[in-house]
Design a protein around this ligand. Structure first.
Ligand code: UDP
Length: 324
């Protein structure tokens, strides 16, 4: 039996692919390589294909006996989702329906899905717990929430077994330095600050210093991608032992401000660079911190790299030698 990793050439998917392989699973990475990197697929089989094309998915299910699916394949640029919602609803929602259709055809009913804290929108309070209202404020978050809803309906009608994992801010890189974060265009804070430290960018802009937070900049919950990956493995074990379909937050429960991230990068890299304090970025909530208590209790999961300096150190190690 094999595990299908849709979007396994991407940042988060490639780290899960590595851990699945090391845990002894046969993996099949399925990726259209629009944003993914073939170089990140260092473990398991690789099948190039697109979830928009049912025949591509069917071919993979015909070739391998797929026991469970990890689904990371999605567009994830919040700003772009506002200007091009069609792209997001087709790719993130309609293409997931294609995947579910083929899974049903082949009798595969286990799926682990990457959702997001963006499904909560502007939270009423922090830390955010899974039972809080979900009111996404952009099409990206809405597209992920729609898939969550589809899963519930498929659970009722077709016995789908799922684990939905709502990520906070994925960060860092493989502690062994084999894979890491590489987006084009890059919009995420940590890689951008590292670019400033390495001289690839002239400066880092801080979007807003007048928030109601300790130092005025936005607070986020940065979770090491290695810890995200261990949670996925635990989620698979959970489904394998008959666990019921569930939704879990994945964060490390520590809020870190933009200015604290910049300080950490300066400490770890020993480099000085220009920091420009500028206006807020539209749509940014002041503070997003999640409670991961439910995942820790139910999935027997414990993040081990919660410290921002460790996250930055691993990201920097990758960033310095990354060729893509
Ligand atoms: N941010 C920033 N400058 C940048 C990029 C991001 O100040 O060049 C801030 C952004 O406003 C947010 C935090 O860093 O408060 C994390 O942003 P990112 O895009 O990495 O993740 P998001 O929280 O939007 O998913």
């Amino acid at each position: 039996m094999a595990i299908l990793v849709c979007g396994g050439a991407g940042y988060i998917g490639s780290h899960i692919n590595k851990q699945l392989y090391e845990a002894g699973y046969e993996t099949v990475v399925f990726d259209n390589l629009i944003y993914g990197h073939k170089e990140s697929v260092k473990w398991g089989h690789f099948e190039k294909g697109d979830l928009g094309n049912i025949e591509d998915i069917d071919r993979v299910f015909q070739k391998y006996a797929i026991e469970a699916v990890f689904h990371f394949a999605a567009y994830a640029y919040v700003g772009e989702s506002v200007t091009e919602p069609e792209k997001y609803y087709y790719n993130n929602v309609a293409n997931t329906l294609n995947l579910l259709k083929v899974m049903r055809k082949y009798g595969c009913n286990k799926i682990i899905f990457s959702s997001t804290c963006a499904t909560y929108g502007e939270p009423e309070k922090v830390p955010i717990t899974e039972d809080m209202n979900q009111n996404p404020i952009n099409p990206y978050g809405a597209s992920k929430l729609m898939v969550e809803r589809i899963f519930k309906d498929y659970r009722t009608a077709y016995n789908l077994k799922f684990v939905v994992l709502r990520y906070f801010n994925a960060a860092g890189a493989d502690p062994e330095g084999q894979i890491g974060e590489s987006h084009d265009p890059e919009t995420h804070l940590i890689p951008l600050v590292l670019d400033a430290a390495s001289g690839k960018r002239e400066a880092i802009k801080v979007f807003g210093t007048d928030y109601d937070t300790s130092d005025g900049s936005c607070i986020r919950d940065y979770i090491h991608v290695y810890d995200l990956a261990t949670a996925h493995l635990q989620a698979l074990y959970y489904l394998e032992r008959g666990g019921k379909s569930e939704f879990f937050n994945l964060g490390n429960e520590l809020g870190t401000s933009v200015l604290e991230v910049i300080d950490s990068v300066k400490r770890i890299t020993g480099r000085e660079f220009k920091v420009i304090l500028t206006d807020r970025r539209p749509g940014d909530p002041a503070k997003l911190v999640g409670s991961s208590l439910k995942a820790r209790k139910t999935l027997n999961w414990e993040p081990i790299y919660g410290d921002i300096d460790t996250i930055v150190e691993h990201a920097w190690r990758w960033h310095e030698k990354a060729e893509y």
